[in-house]
Design a protein around this ligand. Structure first.
Ligand SMILES: C[S@@+](CC[C@H](N)C(=O)[O-])C[C@H]1O[C@@H](n2cnc3c(N)ncnc32)[C@H](O)[C@@H]1O
Length: 496
């Protein structure tokens, strides 16, 4: 049955205004501000291109030049990746120490292995709660049932790896054991969440504060949380972890907008206290909400359940019921979020239509978030040491490498929405590419020129593997909701 969200009916006019595309002048102004905040950005966003808005070079770039460094607006580390890497919840760089990264991963591997063998023997197992604080486990990790541990840990825990004794792993994590030359990959110390939750950790007080002020104060499950109910919030997080972690990203958008709205309102009230009537204040509430929503209003979006592509294992004749299921899933998630952080002034944000459009915006625009692991660089460094030093170091490091198994260097993986990169149109013969260089240690999007780009030229990227045959490319691009009309496709279409 179609889910019925009363807010969609009660706030229909406000929802239309939130979803109405802003005027080209507003869009232009917004991106001018975004670009002004980036240092030395040789780009501009134009709104009148063949495919709507696009990004253009306003200087020449040579092959290999950095075209854009785009800090994310919203990003998450995938829930399934949290056992592999401990990263800053705001900028996504690896934190702690090399020893903590390795020890933590081995700890989870052992946990998954012992849980698996207990399950095989039909025994029940104990909770992970005791270790949550000490080892920077996330909330979802510390509360999960053994089945979950196995499912999420198993993707990377290697059955061909060799287990190390627990004492060794504890020593690694507690700083009692230093690996040789581990200072070659220095990492920032772990800063805890100011709200006291065990889910978010940071590389600095600066990141902790920025995250708290922008999103996390409403989404924190700790004692200092500003959520209405941390219990409801935990349920929302658990549901997202069990179904689709894109809901966690959508929650960030809603929290970000509410917090921005509250700041705007505070400033407005301070300025207008003397002359404003309650009626005026009510009217202005919605204009402030529209202002707070601006970064989302300019994003290209469609409803999630309308734009999501049909998975291969779903038959075309089941399409309608598949789309309905997706909508129901989103509704369940939204209801949980509403119980956790609802704000009457921002009621339209809790409409299912808005939730669907936020997730649809991610579906059509997001870039994979990938940050390389320092663990790989460390073992490469050891491998390249002169023979005698290498032999000495490997006596200590080899058992850890063996225990880590194939997944020893798993990257931080997630998904993120970037304000400028998301305006870039696709070409099957692109002139730029998202590519992390050795010095790029955090979650920013890095765009590099694939060839010379002249001032005034549009910057294009490929959303897919551009070397695939024409028809395969069109099939993949259909998932993004369009048939490609780039010069390469037009040429190949004519000649076929
Ligand atoms: C990530 S957005 C890019 C920014 C977008 N042009 C805008 O106005 O917001 C992707 C959308 O742009 C359009 N687009 C991008 N590249 C295209 C291409 N090569 N051919 C046709 N449409 C394209 C499609 O509508 C696609 O769904």
């Amino acid at each position: 049955m179609e889910p019925i969200c009363p807010i969609d009916a009660n706030c229909s006019d406000q929802i239309s205004l939130l979803l109405n595309p802003p005027s080209p002048v507003q869009v232009q102004k917004y991106y001018e501000e975004v670009i002004a905040n980036r240092q030395s950005c040789g780009l501009e966003v134009r709104t009148n291109g063949e495919y709507g808005k696009g990004v253009y070079a306003n200087m020449d770039f040579k092959k290999g030049d950095l075209v854009l460094k785009d800090p994310m607006l919203f990003g998450i580390q995938h829930s399934s990746n949290k056992m592999d890497c401990l990263v800053c919840s705001h900028c996504f760089q690896f934190i702690g120490s090399l020893e903590l990264q390795i020890g933590r991963k081995l700890y989870f591997q052992n946990l998954a292995d012992s849980s698996k063998s207990r399950c095989e023997k039909g025994e029940s197992s104990s909770s992970l709660q005791d270790c949550s604080d000490q080892y920077h486990l996330s909330h979802d990790d510390s509360d999960v049932e053994d089945d979950d541990v196995e499912q999420r840990g198993s993707s990377n825990s290697k059955c061909d790896s060799i287990s190390l004794p627990k004492d060794f792993i504890d020593l690694l994590m507690n700083g009692g054991l230093k690996l040789p030359d581990s200072n070659v990959v220095p990492l920032p110390s772990v800063v805890s969440c100011p709200g006291g939750c065990k889910e978010a950790y940071y590389c600095s007080q600066l990141c902790a504060k920025a995250d708290w002020d922008s999103y996390h104060s409403l989404l924190c499950t700790g004692k200092g949380s500003k959520a209405l109910s941390t219990e409801a919030l935990s349920q929302f997080i658990q549901h997202a972890n069990e179904t689709n972690d894109i809901f966690l990203l959508a929650a960030k958008v809603i929290s970000f907008t509410i917090l921005r709205y509250r700041k705007l309102k505070e400033a407005y009230v301070e300025e207008n206290e003397k002359y404003d009537t309650p009626n005026n204040l009510r009217r202005c509430n919605f204009s402030l909400l529209l202002e707070a929503w601006e970064p989302m209003s300019v994003g290209y979006k469609r409803r999630w359940w309308d734009c999501i592509s049909l998975p291969d294992d779903v038959d075309c004749c089941d399409e309608a019921s598949f789309r309905l299921q997706i909508k129901e899933l989103a509704f369940t998630s939204l209801e949980l979020l509403k119980a956790a952080i609802f704000d009457k002034d921002c009621e339209p944000l809790f409409a299912l239509d808005i939730y669907g459009h936020i997730i649809g915006m991610f579906e059509l625009n997001n870039l994979n978030l990938v940050v390389e692991s320092p663990v790989e660089n460390y073992f490469l460094y050891i491998d390249e040491l002169p023979h005698s030093e290498k032999e000495k170091a490997e006596k200590v490091t080899q058992p850890f490498l063996d225990a880590l198994g194939d997944g020893y260097s798993n990257c931080c993986e997630g998904t993120a929405f970037f304000p400028l990169q998301s305006c870039m149109n696709h070409s099957c013969n692109p002139n730029a590419k998202a590519f992390k260089r050795e010095q790029d240690k955090d979650g920013q999007a890095i765009l590099i020129a694939l060839r010379s780009v002249r001032q005034g030229e549009e910057i294009t990227i490929s959303y897919i593997d551009e070397d695939l045959p024409f028809e395969e490319r069109q099939l993949l691009l259909a998932d993004y909701g369009f048939r490609c009309r780039c010069p390469k496709c037009l040429d190949q279409e004519l000649s076929s």
